[in-house]
Design a protein around this ligand. Sequence first.
Ligand code: ZN
Length: 46
Amino acid sequence: MKEAKKGKCEKCNNYFYVHEHHILPKGVFDKKGATVKLCPNCHSLS
Ligand SMILES: [Zn+2]
């Protein structure tokens, strides 16, 4: 089970235990910007 970090969801702006969600293939961007932090609710919707 992956460790979840507490932070602000970038989609709904709720403060939550967020998961880093890869939005683009690795190599398209630098390491920063290739993921967004999403709460479990938004993560399951995307
Ligand atoms: Zn959310």
